[in-house]
Design a binder for this molecule. Structure first.
Ligand SMILES: [Zn+2]
Ligand SMILES: [Zn+2]
Length: 291
């Protein structure tokens, strides 16, 4: 059996290079594949391996003082979730390019709410709104009922789409993302921009789905590995729709026009010939011209 690990922590890392070596060496030792970003601001990683190896790696990671209290999420793997191992040093563990002043997860963090608390908000039909901080193609295959998609193509686009969130400035906002790592910065950014009541879902959609499979979060959870989407079993509603014809589907492709490369849902019928599927006529025509 294989397990996929997902973890992050914002914490000052004084020697990121040394930690890169440490993590890479352990991942190799336990024959894990996947990726891990390490920066002075923290760590963000996902690995897959045989369950006993993944657990042994997790145990070693938690033995480091820095990460002793880190939450490590687990899900069922396929044995082929990642093609290789990549442990790298970066400037940020989530690519936002926001200034540190505007999105400092250590000092301006939005309060965390647990899955139980979000569940209670749904049950009380409280006056709140879930704002999904993932990219719009992730939102397409699954999302919380009634949640807002700001239309991000990448985390760094938040400043650009911020005006669309204006109506929620004085409302109770709960931000969500896959495992929580993006919300730390994105929710801090909302607070910096005058949002009055922002909290973030602790450990993300992953934790909510694990606790309440098939409830409130509709559809499947997009993953950044070769499983593409995942759920935690039990009955659930499918909400993914073909980008081209609106038929129900949970299958992703990339637009064959490499300039566009949009990641989108497409049904069996709309898949192009020779695996060349385009998101639009424009992409199809311009691809013909350039190639
Ligand atoms: Zn279709
Ligand atoms: Zn396209």
């Amino acid at each position: 059996m294989h397990t996929v690990l997902l973890f992050y922590k914002y914490v000052t890392i004084s020697d990121p290079d040394a930690l890169v070596l440490w993590v890479r060496e352990r991942a190799q030792k336990f024959r894990l594949l996947g990726r891990c970003l390490i920066a002075a601001e923290g760590i963000n990683g996902t690995f897959e391996g045989l369950t006993e190896n993944a657990e042994a790696f997790a145990a070693e990671l938690l033995q480091l003082d820095l990460f002793a209290d880190m939450n490590i999420k687990r899900s069922r793997g396929t044995g082929a979730a990642f093609p290789k191992l990549a442990v790298r040093k970066r400037d940020e563990i989530v690519g936002t390019r926001f200034s540190k002043k505007d999105a400092d997860p250590e000092h301006k963090a939005a309060p965390h709410i647990k899955p139980e608390e979000l569940k209670a908000l749904y049950e009380e039909q409280a006056d709140f709104v879930v704002v999904d901080m993932r990219n719009d193609y992730e939102f397409a295959s699954g999302h919380f009922k009634g949640s807002i998609d700001p239309g991000l193509r990448a985390s760094r686009d938040l400043p650009e789409v911020l005006p669309q969130l204006d109506p929620y400035k004085n409302k109770k906002v709960v931000t969500v993302c896959t495992g929580g790592v993006r919300c730390e910065k994105m929710a801090a950014y909302l607070i910096s921009n005058g949002f009055s009541d922002v909290s973030q879902l602790e450990n993300g959609i992953h934790a909510y789905m694990e606790k309440y499979p098939g409830q409130d979060f509709l559809g499947t959870l997009y993953t950044f590995d070769q499983r593409v989407v995942m759920d935690f079993g039990g009955p659930r509603q499918k909400i993914g729709k073909c980008y081209l014809c609106q038929t129900e589907t949970e299958r992703y492709v990339n637009c064959a026009n490499y300039v566009c490369h949009l990641h989108f849902l497409v049904c069996e019928q709309c898949v192009g010939t020779e695996g060349r599927t385009y998101c639009s006529e424009t992409c199809k025509i311009s691809d013909k011209i350039t190639t």
